[in-house]
Design a binder for this molecule. Structure first.
Ligand code: NAD
Ligand code: MG
Length: 393
């Protein structure tokens, strides 16, 4: 890796993590050069970023937006324009020192796997990739010599305090969770909460899908699976504790009884900066932690009745086979239906649970079969969502 100036591709440049990443690049102009930027369909935002950062390639995933992007970048002949799934993969394939994987959902799987396969430093925010294809991704990274740097704040915290010289000395991991906006909500309100209430996260400013996942705590369930793959730890050694202040980002417990944690304010630019600068540290403008001002930190165990998605995710990890992939696909479908106003909040866990009961659980052996199993699980979840939407109409 070039330490004078690092080249970087951002997959999912127009999202919340993409924006935090590019904010840090903007503040460290000389240290990074942008190779490729991608977005789903927000052409104007992508064009503005491309005009600012001058990548070699700008890609919009939605092929129907190709001409819009081409027109928007007509005055930037140095920026090549692409559209569609193959162009996303082409962006990931372009030589760069680092790739930030910040697409949301399994849609990011193919381009992320392309980046993993070419042997680079992959900064992983797109946790759904690991949930869908963790074994394949870890094996591919090992084979290709790709370094995975976790951007998810909990995994980044663990990565920062993990003693890699003595892997056998790690006894347990604790992932902290804010508990989301519904930690204290009376349970009889759950049936009628709106998408806007669900995305109003108390501590973090994030994309809509992960915000709903935080409200159901599916996010923490996905993160248990993510931690299992990243740190090679079995489910029973990965604990979850609710910590509403979101100051301790996670903890590593060692065999001697020592516990190491990483702390900081709730700003994704801190873990992202750790990855961008790794193994050195980048300065950030993030608010500094003021412990006396904070006063106290509290902790509580997550309840199964309030947060069934967390427990479904752990059960899926322990079941193995295709269960984690099916869980993720069903959750993506259910969250989209909830955000679209078609189903209620409680239908999310019900659809995930129903899909897990009916889907094929055979473990896929290659990326193509992961994608087929993902599509099959989505079809089942869509049918379940339609049935529920019809019931509540
Ligand atoms: P977001 O919705 O704000 O942004 C998602 C990005 O992916 C956008 O650039 C969008 O254009 C792109 N995208 C969406 N659908 C796509 C598709 N079908 N094909 C190609 N591109 C597509 O999401 P986010 O909050 O930035 O989260 C991104 C990922 O990072 C998620 O996996 C999330 O779980 C993870 N993450 C986010 C945060 C956070 O604070 N936002 C924290 C930890 C982990
Ligand atoms: Mg997280």
């Amino acid at each position: 890796m070039n330490d004078q100036q690092r080249s970087l591709t951002v997959l999912g440049a127009t999202g919340s993590v993409g924006a935090s990443t590019l904010d840090l690049v903007r503040r460290n102009r000389g240290r990074f050069r942008i190779v490729a930027l991608t977005a789903n369909r927000r052409v104007n935002e992508l064009a503005a970023l491309a005009r600012e950062f001058r990548p070699q390639l700008a890609v919009v995933a939605d092929p129907s937006r190709y001409h819009d992007l081409k027109d928007a970048l007509a005055d930037c002949p140095d920026v090549k324009v692409g559209a569609g799934l193959d162009a996303l993969a082409e962006a990931a394939d372009m030589p760069s020192d680092m790739v930030m994987a910040a697409i949301v959902g399994a849609a990011g799987l193919k381009p992320t796997m392309h980046a993993v396969a070419r042997g680079t430093v992959l900064i992983l925010a797109n946790k759904e990739c690991l949930v869908c294809a963790g074994d394949l991704m870890i094996a591919q990274a090992r084979e290709a010599g790709t370094t995975l740097l976790p951007a998810d704040s909990e995994h980044n915290a663990i990565f920062q305090v993990l003693d890699r010289t003595a892997p056998d000395s790690v006894e347990r991991l604790t992932l902290t969770a804010s508990g989301g906006p519904f930690r204290m909500l009376p349970m009889d309100r759950f049936a009628t909460v709106s998408p806007d209430e669900a995305v109003a996260h108390p501590n973090w400013d994030m994309g809509r899908k992960i915000s709903v996942d935080s409200a159901t705590m599916m996010n923490k369930g996905l993160e248990v699976i993510e931690a299992h793959h990243l740190f090679n730890m079995p489910s029973k050694t990965i604990d979850v504790v609710i910590h509403p202040q979101s100051v301790i980002h996670s903890l590593v417990h060692y065999v001697d009884g020592s516990v190491l944690a990483q702390l900081g304010t709730a700003d994704m630019r801190i873990p992202i900066a750790y990855c961008l600068g790794w193994p050195e540290r980048l300065e950030t403008p993030c608010k500094r932690l003021d412990l006396a001002g904070l006063g106290e930190m509290t902790f509580q165990a997550p309840e199964a009745a309030r947060f069934p998605c967390l427990f479904l995710a752990r059960a899926a990890l322990e079941a193995g086979g295709a269960a984690s992939l099916v869980l993720n696909a069903a959750n993506e479908v259910a969250v989209a239906a909830f955000l679209g106003g078609d189903i209620g909040f409680l239908d999310i866990s019900a659809i995930v649970s129903e899909t897990l009961e009916t889907a094929d659980m055979k473990a896929p052996q290659c990326l193509a079969s992961v994608m087929e199993a993902d599509s099959a699980a989505r079809r089942l979840a869509e049918a379940a969502a339609l049935r529920r939407a019809a019931r509540s109409a």
